[in-house]
Ligand binder design. Structure first.
Ligand SMILES: NC(=O)C1=CN([C@@H]2O[C@H](COP(=O)(O)OP(=O)(O)OC[C@H]3O[C@@H](n4cnc5c(N)ncnc54)[C@H](O)[C@@H]3O)[C@@H](O)[C@H]2O)C=CC1
Ligand SMILES: O=C(O)C1=N[C@H](C(=O)O)C[C@H](O)C1
Length: 265
């Protein structure tokens, strides 16, 4: 069976990679894309894509769903748009595969409930790269033995959300194996606000933003006389594409929302 796919954010750094990934896959058909500015009526009219990409471009998601009837909706847009898009997909019977980060806990809970009520599969993956998923799982394992942890995530300077979705997911997984406690000196004071990073139940997350970076994270575990460092680097966006392909296939078999690829790999 061919999977009918729609992609939101087709001209972005991730979205354009995802367009090529789906177009190259003969088990998938790219039936539509959602864009929100400088709209053309077909992908072939955008300079980024070859003139063989006859894929309709929509500005309105409801219209896209009604006209193109996708099975799966892939979102690679922006934090401000993603919750609404995901909800709309579920309400239209379309399975979301979401790479966009920046959900609140309440939004995740609400979408999980909606997906369960509709018995419709959904995947929200803070990181599609297998190496990053392994880094998160290894971090969770290590936290049981080395509970003093700090996360340093490093991204390109066009990133809108901080900390990254990956850093938040890593912290959540670590907290399943570590009791919440304040780290550092009990009397420590920040003489410059923010110097100790964001506080996630006592675990500190530091966000670096610099041109030249793509997506990188270090998880540092300190112990008596020792330091364990787990590090993952994405050097380009193709590192995420096997996870995008896997998720499009996998979501067709699910009847609930899965948050994080570690739950289904
Ligand atoms: N889960 C994962 O493995 C990964 C997730 N990401 C996330 O994916 C998202 C996109 O990242 P990039 O491609 O680097 O960003 P980008 O800024 O290069 O691309 C975003 C695209 O979405 C479009 N867009 C924004 N709002 C929209 C809306 N309301 N409707 C339709 N299109 C809209 C923009 O015009 C742009 O073309 C970010 O949230 C980022 O954190 C990025 C890399 C990997
Ligand atoms: O914005 C990005 O680039 C990335 N976003 C995701 C995140 O917030 O974790 C995944 C990856 O780190 C790249």
């Amino acid at each position: 069976m061919t999977i009918r796919v729609a992609i939101a954010g087709p001209r972005g750094k991730m979205g354009s990679e995802a367009v090529h990934t789906v177009m190259k896959n003969d088990q998938m058909e790219l039936v539509a894309v959602l864009d929100h500015r400088e709209i053309a009526n077909s992908l072939e009219n955008y300079t980024e894509f070859p003139n063989t990409y006859h894929v309709p471009v929509f500005r309105n998601l409801e219209d896209l769903f009604k006209t193109s009837k996708p099975d799966v909706f892939v979102d690679l847009t922006a934090p401000e748009a993603v919750y609404k898009h995901t909800k709309e997909a579920l309400e239209n019977g379309v399975r979301p595969v979401i790479g966009t980060t920046g959900f609140t806990d309440d939004q995740l809970d609400e979408l999980t409930e909606l997906s369960a009520n509709l018995q419709l599969g959904a995947i929200i993956a803070p990181n599609f790269a297998i190496g990053a998923v392994l880094m998160m799982k290894f971090s969770q394992m290590a936290a049981a033995y080395l509970p003093e942890v700090e996360i340093i995530e490093m991204h390109h300077d066009r990133k809108l959300d901080a900390p990254s979705g990956t850093a938040i997911k890593t912290a959540q997984l670590i907290q399943e194996n570590r009791r919440s406690h304040k780290q550092g000196h009990p009397n420590e004071e920040e003489t410059l606000p923010g110097a100790r990073g964001a506080d996630f139940e006592g675990l500190r997350i530091h966000s670096v933003r610099l041109p030249g970076l793509v997506a990188h994270q270090q998880v540092l575990f300190g112990g008596e006389g020792q330091l364990l460092t787990l590090r993952h680097d994405s050097f380009n966006r193709s590192s995420f594409m096997s996870g995008v392909k896997f998720s499009i296939e996998k979501v067709m078999q699910l009847d609930e929302l899965v948050y994080g690829l570690e739950n289904i790999l």
